[in-house]
Write a new protein. Structure first.
Length: 275
């Protein structure tokens, strides 16, 4: 049977695995499912429908699965049930907040992957999808509908505009504001692409040849102002490795445009954000 502190409030319609721990003054609402070994620390609030995987750590004072901060959704008198899903072994620290989606159905849930770390006061808004092993440092903020690739690192106090994408193994420096897409393996700093995420690539286990290919691709992004020219230069390097092809595919599907190189950022033009 789950261990529940006498001061905690747990709705009888919540589903708790036998070894879940609910600590002092936590509130667990109806429609919440907590996986085996999950610990909810003091003063945390979890509302449903929310599904939390096994061996997660939530709080203290984390706010998980609350209504989205979305005026159209909140104005509906009969709001449909919307969902949040959190993967296994994810840590959600003090003051962090994650909101459910605005669209009905579990298939449209806000999603947090497994083995993620959301540090204190970080925020994941409605309808976001966050991949596995993502780290949000203290105060990192995601607007609604963002997509964050696995193993990305978002520095403290950074803010990602709604509908933006951050590619796999990318890193965004602290206090950066991002209103365009950040490609896989990128390092964003000083308002633009500073280079590739060398440390992240090594830690991800990428072979040396793949890292060299990624570095060469980012050199093309630094030396060509438009996306069309940068892509042509990357293709001229020779057959694309899977990692370089991932960058090209990401650029081809961008709807908000790409964050430009720091060489072109702030010059009053689109950088390599468009054609």
């Amino acid at each position: 049977m789950a261990t529940i502190h006498p001061t905690a409030i747990v709705d009888r319609r919540a589903e708790l695995a036998d070894d879940v721990q609910i600590e002092a003054y936590a509130i667990i609402g109806a429609g919440v499912t907590l996986g085996s070994g999950t610990v909810v620390h003091p003063h945390s609030v979890i509302q449903g429908p929310t599904v939390v995987g096994a061996r997660c750590q939530i709080g203290p004072a984390a706010y998980v699965g609350l209504d989205p901060q979305h005026l159209t959704f909140l104005s509906q008198p009969d709001r449909p049930p919307t969902w949040l899903e959190v993967g296994e072994q994810t840590i959600i620290r003090e003051g962090a907040s994650i909101h459910r989606s605005t669209k009905a159905g579990r298939e449209s849930a806000t999603r947090i992957g497994s083995h993620c770390l959301l540090m204190g006061a970080s925020h994941v808004a409605h309808d976001c999808v966050v991949g596995d092993q993502v780290i949000l440092a203290n105060g990192a903020l995601l607007g609604g509908q963002c997509r964050i690739g696995e193993r990305a690192f978002l520095g403290g106090g950074c803010a990602i505009h709604q509908f933006c994408r951050v590619g796999r193994v990318a890193i965004i420096g602290g206090l950066q504001g991002c209103s365009r897409d950040v490609p896989p393996y990128a390092a964003m700093w000083y308002g633009g692409l500073k280079g590739y995420n060398a440390v992240g690539c090594r830690r991800s286990g990428m072979p040396r040849e793949a890292i060299y290919a990624v570095r060469a691709a980012f050199q093309c992004l630094h030396t060509h102002r438009t996306a069309t020219d940068a892509v042509a230069a990357i293709r001229a390097l020779g057959p694309a490795t899977p990692e370089v092809q991932e960058i090209l595919d990401f650029m081809a599907t961008s709807k908000r445009g790409m964050v430009p190189s720091v060489r072109f950022a702030g010059r009053g033009d689109a950088g390599n954000a468009g054609e």
